[in-house]
Design a protein around this ligand. Structure first.
Ligand code: IMP
Length: 427
């Protein structure tokens, strides 16, 4: 059975949680392949709100196997806390969660370093989530990281942690003039975490290849979005992983051909958290209206999100880069009641009209949006369950986005609940 992937087509926070929750209905295995506790998926099931930072969304469905694959960076504190929270609500993860031994751990010094680097007066401030994600991936690339295999093996943990704490403490005290961290305390905490997590740790690459060979339906759950991808996003204002479908094979240990049917998720408008270029940003009361109407405050940090119109060149770039098969357009209900709705169809850069997305960040910083305005609709669309019942202006808006992005719309979401969804039949 071909796999399915759900990927954010914008700057994250596209409403992937809900789409993933819907799509995982048919999955046997749900896999996170990149990022860490910087993500924040919100899912509402029968009026109950669940917010995940690290766990795959399949944990809400009892019969799914959930995998944190090798490409994820795992903060053991967060992982143990989330497992505990689910168990407190009566949802057992026994036998339903596997963690890759090759996944790297986010250690206390990564969080400290994230904060210190962001607090520097000189250099670029990214506006990170402060979860230690960048420093953990940097150690992975530097080959000094602590993997889950190390965390669950006391001798390996002691040796690798000692080397890291020694190096980081010199950095903290000498370069940042900050306090050193205590090795003994950190080791004791990490050793206890390793003991608790040991039963979950395995070679998840082999597990996933076997699942695919056995015709199981594997589902790859993206975090963040294409425009935050380390290689293909608005560098340096990006996260530190390949947060699009290009990261799936490397982040899981499955062959690239296994990626399967890809759904790109985009909001009917755009948001961005943190610093970096955002050509369609609205600095007026319309931006405020989107933020309030859409509840656009970070699930992880609570920060207000920057809001703007749907950006066609950026979404088309995302679609072409990943090869999306279908588009899920979310939060259409948020636009109800707006007199006019904008669609950024091109940019003006240095006096020229540019229709494709320029990948060099200074060019995007100079891009002025060319906006096509659409008449809005006044109806509340949250109870609508078929495309034909949507107001004509709303349908036209969806069809135009789909045509301009070059991807057939498959799902339209008109409210936060599972039921507030219009799903298009396969052609
Ligand atoms: P980091 O991933 O914490 O290093 O943050 C890098 C950039 O990615 C910052 O601009 C964050 O706001 C952004 N970012 C990270 N995770 C998310 C997410 O889940 N949604 C939206 N933005 C995110």
């Amino acid at each position: 059975m071909p796999a399915t992937s759900v990927i954010g087509a914008q700057w994250g926070d596209e409403g992937k949680g809900k789409i993933i929750d819907l799509a995982t209905d048919r999955a046997d295995v749900v896999v996170r392949f990149q990022g860490g506790a910087n993500a924040g998926h919100t899912v509402i099931v029968e009026g109950n709100k669940f917010v995940f930072h690290l766990l795959p969304s399949g944990v809400l469905r009892e019969d799914k196997l959930n995998v944190l694959a090798n490409g994820v960076v795992i903060d053991p504190v967060v992982l143990l806390d989330e497992v505990g929270q689910f168990e407190n609500r009566g949802i057992s993860l026994d036998g339903r969660l596997r963690v890759s031994g090759a996944a790297h751990c986010v250690m206390p010094y990564h969080r400290v370093l994230d904060g210190l680097r962001e607090g520097q007066k000189a250099g670029v401030v990214i506006g990170t989530t402060g979860r230690g994600i960048g420093p953990a991936y940097a150690d992975k690339a530097n080959r000094c990281g602590i993997r889950m295999w190390d965390l669950i093996d006391e001798d390996r943990l002691r040796a690798r942690l000692a080397a890291n704490v020694h190096e980081k403490n010199r950095l903290f005290t000498r370069m940042f003039e900050s306090d050193p961290l205590d090795f003994d305390e950190m080791f004791e905490v990490a050793r206890a975490q390793g003991r608790k997590l040991k039963p979950l740790v395995s070679d998840t690459g082999a597990l996933l290849r076997e699942a695919l060979a056995a015709d199981k339906h594997v589902f790859f759950e993206g975090a963040q979005g294409v425009m935050l991808d380390l290689d293909h996003g608005t560098y340096p204002f990006v996260t530190s992983s390949n947060s699009d479908s290009l990261g799936i094979a490397a982040g899981t240990g499955v062959p690239p051909r296994a990626i399967g049917h890809q759904i790109g998720v985009a909001k009917a408008y755009c948001t961005r958290v943190g610093a970096g270029p955002f050509p369609s940003e609205l600095h007026d009361d319309r931006g405020e209206r989107l933020r309030e109407g859409g509840g656009e405050f970070g699930a992880t940090t609570g920060r207000p999100r920057r809001c703007g119109w749907f950006d066609v060149p950026a979404a088309r770039y995302a679609a072409e880069l990943c090869g999306f098969d279908g588009l899920a357009l979310t939060k259409l209900d948020v636009l109800s009641g707006m007199e006019e709705i904008g669609l950024v169809v091109a940019y003006e850069i240095d006096g020229e009209t540019v229709e494709s997305y320029p990948v060099d960040t200074p060019l995007i910083e100079r891009a002025k949006p060319i906006v096509k305005m659409f008449p809005g609709w006044s109806e509340d669309v949250r109870a609508v369950r078929s495309f034909q019942e949507l107001p004509a202006t709303c349908r036209a808006f969806v069809e135009e986005i789909s045509a301009r992005v070059g991807v057939r719309w498959e799902i339209v979401s008109v409210g936060p609940g599972r039921e507030s969804t219009i799903i298009r039949e396969a052609p």
